[in-house]
Design a protein around this ligand. Structure first.
Ligand SMILES: Cc1ncc(COP(=O)(O)O)c(CNc2co[nH]c2=O)c1O
Length: 393
């Protein structure tokens, strides 16, 4: 059976063209870039090219930093624990503001910092599922709030937060602004100069690069105590031998994912596939799609099917060769109601029925045609055998 992959918010396939660029650095060009001999120095120009691609991809200024690390989880920890070391522990600014719907890489790290004495405010989402500037204005404490950390786009709903406005409010009150942009890169335009964010994190495997490599953007004239200590790699900002194959691959993946043509393809063709599937889901009885599609990343649907446990639906889809998820794979084993649904005060029984479909540029019209047929049959079958579902109740 041909399998259909619709879980791209969890991870994406490496673009074959990216793999071609990466392969030599997994074979002949294996040198340690810190080595002074030719095996080390011969990879420098490729690393510089990769950095140029990353800077261009998010429109970072030459004076800013992009640190190559292992993933967005590391980047989020670096920012949050760096703020703890440099502000919470060593200044009058002891308050961090975040949201109730961050990925665990942010929320669990902030929970840990709270256990160490950090004052934390977790902003609720609006009924539309967004973090509003007004909610930040109410919570921020001038010259006491050290950092505001709000994700650019939510991994479960795809909903996009107004990071430019939120960063402005943070700066007006003497706070720095971090955004976890994992779900935004390659889907919407990410411009760190236009939005004036101070820290931004991303992972290559979310935009058709390899797993195990990510990036942390740090605005010019800012420094944080590093998470790792050791060698002098990344000018002492991130110790450890650089993952050259991953870095080179991530640079090219960033170029391919953020070009004007790529973003146009994502927001026209991929979105048209998403909208076609979403329209069919909306046509089914007792289903809801979370969030206004015009305020979501173009590839994501988080839908709730009354009377059908999310896990059961996923199993049925998987039996038909279709890969989706109940939300973040990091918590897909967790049957707790999806925090996003709870934060948006969606009925508890619906919160257990969330299924996320996340498309990519590698999906086709024929695939979506088959997904639509399977979804309609699965929903019908699962409701027929449901002991709780009564149409319209
Ligand atoms: C918003 C966001 N931040 C951070 C991460 C962590 O990225 P990593 O460090 O590269 O693992 C993810 C991964 N999100 C998901 C992983 O599986 N399903 C998801 O939605 C994410 O979606």
């Amino acid at each position: 059976m041909e399998r259909i992959y619709l879980d791209n918010n969890a991870t994406t396939m490496i673009d074959p063209e990216v793999f071609k660029v990466m392969e030599p650095f997994l074979k002949d060009k294996f040198g340690n870039p810190n080595s002074l001999h030719s095996f080390g120095t011969e990879v420098h120009k490729d690393m510089i090219k990769a950095l140029d691609q990353l800077y261009a991809g998010i429109n970072a200024s030459d004076e800013s930093d992009i640190i190559i690390n292992s993933c967005a989880t590391e980047g989020n920890n670096t920012v949050l624990k760096g703020i703890y070391f440099d502000f919470i522990q060593n200044s009058d600014k002891k308050h961090i503001i975040t949201s109730q719907i961050e990925h665990p890489a942010v929320s669990h790290t902030i929970n840990f910092l709270e256990s160490l004495g950090t004052k934390v405010t977790r902003l609720p989402v609006s009924p539309e599922g967004l973090i509003t500037p007004d909610s930040l204005k109410e919570a921020i404490i001038k010259d006491e709030t050290a950092l505001v950390s709000i994700m650019w786009a939510n991994n479960e709903t795809g909903l996009i937060n107004p990071v430019k406005e939120l960063a402005k409010i943070a700066h007006e009150n003497g706070a720095l602004f971090h955004t976890d942009a994992v779900q935004a890169i390659g889907k919407v335009k990410v411009d760190v100069q236009d939005t004036e964010v101070d820290f931004l994190t991303f992972s290559a495997h979310k935009f058709h690069g390899p797993k195990g490599v990510g990036g942390l953007y740090i605005r010019e004239n800012l420094e944080l105590t590093p998470l790792f200590h050791g060698g002098e790699q990344m000018a002492g900002k991130r110790a450890g031998t650089v993952n050259v194959p991953g870095m080179v691959a991530m640079g090219y993946a960033m170029e391919l994912a953020t070009s004007t043509e790529a973003l146009e393809y994502e927001n026209k063709f991929v979105r048209s596939l998403r909208d076609r599937l979403e329209d069919v889901i909306n046509s089914l009885d007792d289903t809801i799609v979370i969030g206004d599609r015009n305020y979501r990343t173009p590839n994501t649907i988080l839908a709730s099917f009354k009377g059908i446990e999310g896990e059961s639906f996923l199993w049925d889809l998987n039996q038909n060769g279709i890969a989706a998820s109940t939300g973040s794979a990091c918590s897909s084993e967790d049957l707790e109601a999806d925090p996003t649904f709870v934060a948006m005060s969606i009925d508890a029984d619906l919160a257990h029925t969330g299924v996320r479909f996340s498309l990519s540029r590698f999906n086709t019209e024929d695939e979506i045609d088959r997904v639509i047929e399977v979804v309609k049959k699965s929903v019908k079958r699962l409701r027929e055998i449901s002991s709780t579902y009564v149409k319209g109740e």
